[in-house]
Design a protein around this ligand. Structure first.
Ligand SMILES: [Ca+2]
Length: 281
């Protein structure tokens, strides 16, 4: 097929076509419009398309949030069926946190195969191994992402030769996989979201020592949009629907406070003892 022109939302020449003349233009919002593995709206937004004609208004607000969940502790995680990712796949989600470190996603596989996404010092890292060695992609964003604002993450593998990850409106970080000795991600087991079980933080290909603490929304795997709470095969610990603001931030006891403070309630969170405290003095 040879396309001369593509029109999204409205035809600019409806008078030439009896059928198009009868169809009103689209009124509403659109996001993540992919054509030939290229995100067209994003390219238009950054003026990266030739001969572009735009009458739509770009909204820089946070994209709509869907199926928001809170991972209330660093031990909390959700297990879903494995990611179908052998040759092509897409992952997207939104997250919001004040924590600098945490494992966001992990799916292991045959041999050394795996894929993982983690926060390290506030920056996002994509890690994978298709059998030819572990690779770590540092996602170059202008600032740390643990700023308690929503961020949209999109990982795409449109074909065997390329993997790309993008955060918000930044340019995607692209991994050229041409010439790789192993080209297929052979995943098995669960797709873990928000973290993994405690025994899986030792001798693993990712650096995280605990899971993600914060909110996640709009999770999308290959166009499937699971509700993390309702559709999980396994939920460990505190994962709740909705985003509960700053309540999820870990409250730590300053040592000087242990003696002088009255502990109102106490509960363990495996990693640490969390307490609500009232200072007496
Ligand atoms: Ca493989």
């Amino acid at each position: 097929m040879n396309l001369l022109q593509m029109e999204i939302g409205k035809s600019v020449m409806p008078q030439d076509d009896l059928y198009l003349r009868q169809i009103p233009s689209f009124v509403g919002s659109m996001q993540q419009f992919y054509f030939n593995s290229k995100e067209i709206i994003q390219l238009a937004k950054t003026n990266s398309l030739p001969n572009l004609n735009i009458t739509a208004r770009f909204n820089s607000d946070t994209p709509m949030l869907r199926d928001t969940v809170t991972f209330k502790s660093k031990d909390a995680y959700v297990a879903l069926p494995k990611l179908l990712a052998r040759a092509q796949f897409s992952i997207s989600f939104q997250f919001k946190t004040v924590e600098s470190y945490g494992l966001l996603m992990y799916n292991g596989g045959q041999g050394q195969d795996f894929i993982a996404i983690e926060l390290q010092d506030g920056y996002l890292h994509l890690l994978f191994n298709m059998g030819g060695g572990s690779q770590r992609v540092f996602v170059n964003t202008p600032q740390r992402l643990n700023d308690n604002q929503w961020h949209l993450v999109s990982v795409q593998r449109p074909g065997l030769e390329q993997m790309q990850i993008r955060v918000d409106d930044e340019h995607p970080t692209i991994s050229d996989l041409t010439g790789s000795t192993s080209m297929h991600l052979d995943l098995t087991g669960y797709l873990y979201v928000g973290g993994v079980s405690k025994s899986m933080y030792n001798n693993m290909p990712y650096s995280s020592l605990h899971g993600f603490q914060g909110c996640m929304a709009s999770v999308d795997f290959n166009g499937q949009r699971p509700n993390l709470v309702r559709e999980a095969l396994k939920i460990y610990y505190a994962v709740e629907e909705g985003c509960q603001g700053d309540d999820y931030k870990t409250i730590c006891i300053p040592l000087s406070c242990v003696i002088n403070c009255f502990i109102v309630s106490l509960y363990t969170c495996i990693d640490a003892v969390l307490v609500h405290i009232i200072k007496i003095s």
